[in-house]
Design a protein around this ligand. Structure first.
Ligand code: 48F
Length: 262
């Protein structure tokens, strides 16, 4: 252990910077940018990567799982339905059958960990501490071609620092309740004619159904999955039942795979 005693600190620095920069150079152009490492983003990332699409997930926080960790009012379980359970089986997540037919309970920590490792094992790259604050667009035909990224810490500091860009064939807004990517695109590119209606109050069964129905391509190059669908379409929230998130993001992956691979 003492072989690098005189220079271990400098070697740590060199290795971290060298390998991180290699990653970032590789990430300058990808097939799919997924914004948000919540249940929707992580699930989509697994199925996109499994098909060989080069996929990066940018997550503003230093953690995985988005709203999963909070369970329901900090009670550390969430609920899923039968169809989502079959997808979670593929991630190795244990779903406990309950006395209510078709409803399963899942441990929140296990779900966060296994969704993340399922995405990473399939080949997705997840980068923490990075916020997507804008999109890249091109006219004729009008389309989205990537995102602008900034360190979350820089954004929190209030410093004026220009972002960097990541180009992609598809961008997925999996940012949850605020639909942040759709929101910036609708504000800054009005010709896209994206209208965010804003999510409705709770109606769990309808919310689950409509979030899946509303999942898909919003404009060329820009897709929506998970709770961001509710913000876009004005559909009801569902609370800590997560089947809709899982099925929606599996669906968005299928649509993107068809669009990109034919
Ligand atoms: O909020 P989040 O979990 O969204 P989701 O995947 O799932 C929604 C459920 O958690 C729950 C629900 C279901 O019953 O109602 O709320 O649709 O995960 C969104 C992730 O995106 C990150 C955010 O930190 C969170 O981890 N995020 C949000 N905006 C940005 C972002 C951004 N601009 N750039 C990067 N990450």
């Amino acid at each position: 252990m003492e072989i690098y005693e005189d220079e271990l600190e400098s070697r740590i620095t060199k290795l971290i910077i060298e390998y991180t920069l290699k990653d970032w150079i590789d990430l300058a152009s990808v097939d799919v940018v997924v914004v948000g490492a919540g249940p929707a983003g992580l699930t989509a990332a697994r199925y996109l990567s499994k098909e060989g699409l080069k996929t990066v997930v940018f997550e503003r926080r230093l953690s995985f799982g988005g709203g999963i960790g909070g369970g329901g009012m900090l009670f550390h379980r969430i609920v899923v339905e039968e169809e989502a359970k079959r997808i979670l089986d593929d991630f190795g997540v244990k779903c406990r059958l309950t006395d209510y037919e078709g409803l399963y309970v899942v441990d929140a920590a296990e779900l966060m960990a296994k969704l993340a490792s399922g995405a990473i094992d399939a080949g997705a790259k997840i980068v923490h501490g990075v916020t997507v604050d804008d999109v890249i667009f091109r006219p004729e035909p009008l389309r989205i071609q990537g995102v602008a990224v900034q360190w979350t810490a820089v954004m929190m500091s209030g410093l004026h620092v220009d972002p960097l860009f990541v180009m992609s064939k598809a961008v997925v807004d999996a940012t949850g309740h605020d639909a942040e990517v759709l929101s910036v695109a609708s504000r800054k590119i009005p010709e896209l004619e994206i209208q965010l209606i804003g999510e409705k109050s709770a109606y769990s069964s309808l919310g689950e159904k409509l979030v899946i129905e509303g999942t898909g391509r919003v404009v060329s190059g820009l897709y929506v999955a998970g709770m961001a669908v509710a913000a876009l379409k004005g559909t009801p929230r569902m609370g800590p039942i997560f089947g809709g998130m899982i099925i929606s993001s599996r669906k968005v992956a299928k649509i993107i795979i068809e669009d990109l691979k034919g």
